[in-house]
Design a protein around this ligand. Structure first.
Ligand SMILES: [Ca+2]
Ligand SMILES: [Ca+2]
Ligand SMILES: [Ca+2]
Length: 345
């Protein structure tokens, strides 16, 4: 890749025209110490931290919130939040900063913690779902959502609902809001973790199993139309863990690509690394430009592992039946904080 590091402008121009190339030099917010950038003739490699934006942490975070939700249901995992300092001195919240304690909770379709376990959508009185008014003269949209593990939904910049269960048991939700078009959906997604900072949970015989994520939604309007999650959404990751080696994260165009990283049978346990990226200001706004974000990657029900989860299968008519697909960023396992967006006219 004939990169010439003459000016920021030229780098950005080259970058924009070579989105398919493996990025080996900082391309956003070039630091003052640009002289240390990799020379132009060095081939694509995994020999450095992916970009000037990324920060690296190692080992466990310190819990600042021991448990966001007390739930006695069998299979309920503790949903803690912690902080950790990176090698560059920056502080990070893991698994992610969130509005669980203050945001409006989504209405339950299926939530064992609240003992709401509808067998089907036909049992749900949708008129009892509160309508969040974004535009008083807008149309009413009804959205069905399942997230592994946690979502926060913004519509045209307004926080409409947060997931009622941060970690597990798995739950599903319905939201209603009144809004005018165009409609921008922006969703913060967190694949929660038990071992804060190292991206793992106790599962499948290991105390340090790397869990996976997944998000599916179907937003139905009153005129027979709907917006479902699919590959036309944008998705970007901001927290990648566990990593045996942080340098295994590469930037391939806009993709923060951890496909080279081992996700199974890791042995780093409490000494695993994580790579963090700052969330851009106003990412949830309708005016935010997500043009540089990768397209979402779709995943099958089998891959996400939902075929045995009543919180999903009881409402399959609004998910599978509506052709809504599970989406995430490029790594369903290692990407733990993912932002997704979609604008519809
Ligand atoms: Ca949840
Ligand atoms: Ca998960
Ligand atoms: Ca994960």
């Amino acid at each position: 890749m004939p990169l010439k590091l003459t000016t920021v402008g030229s780098v950005l121009t080259v970058f924009a025209t070579t989105l398919a190339c493996v990025q080996t030099v900082p391309f956003e917010s070039l630091p003052d110490t640009d002289s240390e950038a990799v020379p132009a003739d060095v081939p694509a490699s995994i020999s450095q931290v992916p970009s000037s934006l990324a920060s690296v942490t190692q080992g466990p975070a310190s819990a600042v919130t021991e448990n966001l939700l007390t739930c006695s249901t069998r299979g309920s995992r503790v949903s803690a939040v912690g902080t950790i300092t990176a090698t560059d001195g920056t502080d990070w919240i893991v698994p992610a900063d969130n509005n669980f304690e203050t945001g409006p909770k989504a209405f339950d379709l299926y939530n064992e913690c609240s003992q709401t376990t509808y067998d089907s959508l036909q049992e749900v009185d949708l008129d009892s779902v509160p309508v969040v008014e974004i535009d008083s003269d807008g149309e009413i949209i009804t959205g069905y959502i399942f997230a592994d593990n946690y979502f926060e939904l913004y519509v045209n910049g307004e926080l409409v609902a947060v997931d009622a269960v941060p970690f597990t048991p798995f739950n599903s939700s319905v939201v209603r809001f009144k809004v005018k078009r165009p409609i921008t959906y922006a969703v913060k997604l967190i694949d929660w973790e038990e071992n804060l900072g190292v991206g793992t949970e106790s599962n499948r015989g290991s105390a340090y199993h790397a869990g996976d994520g997944g998000f599916v939604a179907n937003f139905v309007d009153g005129a027979g139309g709907s917006t479902v999650t699919d590959a036309t959404w944008k998705a970007q990751t901001f927290y990648i863990a566990p990593l045996e080696n942080p340098e295994s994260v590469r930037e391939v165009g806009a993709v923060r690509d951890s496909s080279e990283a081992n996700a199974d049978n890791l042995s780093c346990d409490e000494s695993c690394y994580a790579v963090h990226y700052p969330i851009p200001e106003g990412w949830f706004s309708d005016s935010f430009d997500d043009g540089a974000w990768p397209e979402a990657v779709t995943y099958t029900n089998e891959t996400v592992g939902v075929n045995n989860k009543a919180s999903y299968t009881n409402f399959s008519d609004v998910f599978i039946g509506a052709d809504a697909q599970f989406i995430w960023s490029s790594n369903l396992v290692l990407d733990n904080l993912v932002l997704v967006r979609k604008t519809v006219e």
